[in-house]
Ligand binder design. Structure first.
Ligand code: ADP
Ligand code: ASP
Ligand code: MG
Length: 421
């Protein structure tokens, strides 16, 4: 029997009628090679951002369940339109919502996790010779409500389907030609990585390289799915995410990543007694807020409270504050927030065996006059929280200091002018 492939097209790749037709032609070309094809599409262009702003015009803090009803419509539009284009090319397509495709999630609206994929309907359609289009970024919860999977979630839909139908490869078609040594929008001479290990890609996605959603990389590693991230505008090979045993190169640093969507919460006067940190962390965890870096300073004098700072995604700041309020009031803790923080990270498996990377990172940032506000590390990553407006400069300084541009730098084929945001 012929092989099966999952092809995922991101928002820029289906932004207008011409691009949807182009994606349709690519999908059909795969089918004509004899493969069974499932395509996962994102919402067109900036549709998801627009839907979010519509909600905000109506309500400052929309009900998450209703938010998901709204957001899930963007990817449905893309799939229905692409199915029409494929039918016009003489093939038979069927579009499915996440729910129809059997994607079952937990009940955490706007950032649901996939629990199970019941892919019978997809298999039947494939057996019937159809091309199956699945609306990315969504599923149905165990409480039978529509859910969405968090920003960038169509990547995870694609990987989960690839695992469920045992596809040979999950191709992620996007607006850059692969995974680069830094975001090519910030570092134009960043190098395309032909291969990257799951270990490094997990750290890169977790620290802001939105080219692959973190959960898609986790899912692929756990289920043995081969991801090939490539350009939707040309045929050049992109980046394959591989097991640690496969990567040949082991450079000291592989990539510099960044995020500008961070907020810092500082708690003052935190009682210096056992159990308080646990209670604070518990209310945040119960509100499903993802706390990243945490720093605690001992009280300056006996009896005085301690200070504790942590970062959260800016989108979670309101939820974090609301969750903390009752406990903060009970314990007499002051809550302060700084919304404009950014984070810059260096990632590389070679770091495990080479000391001195942190010293170099701090020195480079210092020489660039960039103040480091917080630091966190893993065995293969060093992250610094810096003022939000200093992020691009910090990324460029580190990319250049670690000489990541390499001789085989491949510029993104698509000039950024065409889709610059
Ligand atoms: P899509 O809509 O196709 O899912 P995304 O916008 O989610 O596309 O992801 C692609 C974008 O990721 C690129 O346009 C690029 O700006 C950004 N990006 C950030 N870091 C990297 C990186 N290290 N390599 C490649 N792209 C990156
Ligand atoms: N449309 C969603 C977003 O913009 C999901 C995705 O594109 O993967 O985040
Ligand atoms: Mg994406």
């Amino acid at each position: 029997m012929s092989g099966t492939v999952v092809m995922k097209f991101g928002g820029t790749s289906v932004a207008d009628a011409e691009r949807i037709k182009r994606a349709a032609r690519r999908i059909v070309a795969k089918r004509e090679e004899g493969l069974r094809v499932v395509a996962v599409l994102s919402a067109r262009g900036k549709t998801t951002d627009e839907l979010i702003s519509w909600a905000q015009e109506i309500s400052p803090h929309p009900d998450p369940r209703e938010m998901d009803m709204l957001l899930s419509t963007g990817e449905r539009q893309s799939c229905a339109l692409c199915a029409m284009a494929i039918n016009d090319l003489g093939h038979r397509a069927i579009s499915l919502t996440g729910s129809q495709a059997g994607i079952v999630t937990d009940t955490s609206h706007t950032k649901a996790r996939i629990l199970e994929v019941r892919a019978d309907r997809i298999r039947e359609a494939l057996d019937d010779g159809r091309i199956v289009l699945v609306a990315g970024f969504q599923g149905v919860s165990t409480a039978k409500d529509v859910t969405t999977l968090g920003r960038g979630g169509s990547d995870t839909t694609a990987v989960a389907l690839a695992a469920a139908i045992d596809a040979d490869e999950c191709e992620i078609y996007t607006d850059v030609s692969g995974v680069f040594s830094a975001d090519p929008r910030i570092v134009p001479d960043a190098r395309k990585l032909p291969m990257v290990s799951f270990e490094e890609m997990l750290e890169m996605s977790a620290s802001g390289a939105g080219v692959l959603q973190l959960r898609s990389v986790e899912y692929a590693r756990n289920h043995g799915v081969r991801i090939h991230c490539r350009s939707s505008f040309d045929d050049a090979p992109g980046t394959v995410v591989v097991g640690e045993d496969v990567t040949v190169e082991n450079p000291l640093i592989t990539a510099v990543t960044h995020s500008t969507g961070e907020a810092r919460v500082t708690l003052t006067g935190v009682p210096d007694t056992p159990g308080v940190a646990g209670r604070l962390a518990t209310v945040l965890a119960e509100a499903n807020v993802n706390v990243d870096m945490i720093v605690q300073n001992e009280p300056v004098s006996e009896g005085a409270g301690a200070d504790m700072s942590f970062t959260v995604p800016r989108d979670d700041l309101h939820t974090a504050r609301t969750a903390l309020e009752p406990l903060a009031a009970e314990l007499g803790i002051g809550v302060h927030a700084d919304e404009s923080m950014g984070k810059v990270s260096v990632v590389g498996a070679g770091m495990k065996t080479h000391p001195g990377v942190a010293a170099k990172v701090f020195t480079v940032l210092g020489e660039a006059g960039i103040n480091i506000e917080m630091i966190s590390t893993s065995p293969i990553r060093i992250s610094c929280v810096v003022p939000g407006d200093k992020v691009p400069e910090a990324v460029r300084a580190l990319h250049s200091a670690f000489e990541l541009s390499g001789p085989d730098t491949i510029r993104p084929e698509q000039p950024f002018g065409e889709f610059a945001s």
